[in-house]
Design a protein around this ligand. Structure first.
Ligand SMILES: Nc1ncnc2c1ncn2[C@@H]1O[C@H](COP(=O)(O)OP(=O)(O)OP(=O)(O)O)[C@@H](O)[C@H]1O
Ligand SMILES: [Mg+2]
Length: 226
């Protein structure tokens, strides 16, 4: 399996869930997998890494890489890197982020990079998550939910990735909204509309369960591991 950039149709769509599940699945298969969350935002945690996402991902991949490599930018407000950097008077150094990416890539067989927000989340003026994916030269996996409205968001995300000439490995549907689309209908329609493979879907979990999540991914996402 290659390294991937995991983006989504929106914030809170399940990028961390999916990335953690794939990382744990790869560990089960004896692979050396690293994780990166170049930009994170929100309330810092007291223990371990500042970002909860980085904490979850590091645990799933069973890695202990330095925070400054795994998460070079952590912002104390839930906002895009562009907005947060402006608010705090910080200058974002993309070269430094790409250098961290290169170092982590050399440390691990496979690297999973979780984005922030969606594909067009701004990082700098005229530099978005799409530009970062392109600069990292990674294929992307698009995480989408089952919420009504997701077809629109998924199509827009696919179109913008194609505009930036990013290779899309596939779509993963996270069944977050139990009263939204059924998995069968959404899979059928997204595949027909985008001509992109829906790799699989993740069920709703009452409580985060990495063991169950990684088992689902191994059993149902076989195309991903070929
Ligand atoms: N399959 C699922 N079943 C139940 N809860 C889920 C599922 N997937 C995600 N969640 C919950 O939904 C919320 C958002 O998920 P997650 O943090 O993975 O999204 P994200 O896209 O990584 O968000 P962010 O943009 O903040 O990085 C979390 O509280 C998570 O626990
Ligand atoms: Mg996340």
């Amino acid at each position: 399996m290659n390294s991937f950039f995991i983006t989504g149709t929106d914030t809170d769509v399940g990028k961390t869930y999916v990335t953690a599940g794939i990382a744990a699945a790869l560990k089960k298969q004896g692979k050396d997998v690293g994780i990166m969350k170049p930009f994170a935002a929100g309330t810092p945690q007291n223990t371990g890494y500042k970002s909860e996402d980085v904490q979850i991902l590091s645990k799933a991949a069973q890695v202990n890489d330095p925070e400054k490599l795994v998460n070079p930018y952590f912002f104390l407000i839930p906002a895009s890197p562009f907005t947060a950097a402006k608010n705090f008077g910080i200058k974002i150094d993309i070269k430094m982020v790409l250098s961290c990416f290169k170092q982590l890539s050399s440390l691990h067989e496979i690297l999973l990079v979780e984005g922030i927000g969606g594909a067009m989340t701004p990082i700098l003026q005229n530099y978005f998550v799409t530009n970062l994916i392109k600069d990292m030269n990674l294929e992307t996996i698009i995480v989408t939910s089952s919420k009504i409205g997701t077809v629109n968001h998924t199509l827009m995300t696919c179109k913008i990735c194609q505009y930036y000439k990013i290779k899309i490995r596939g779509i993963i549907i996270n069944n977050l909204n139990l009263n939204g689309y059924s998995m069968d209908v959404l899979t059928r329609d997204l595949e027909e509309l985008t001509k992109i493979e829906v790799i699989g879907s993740i069920p709703y979990f009452e409580k985060f369960n990495l063991e169950q999540l990684s088992k689902t991914i191994i059993n149902e996402f076989d195309s991903l591991f070929q």
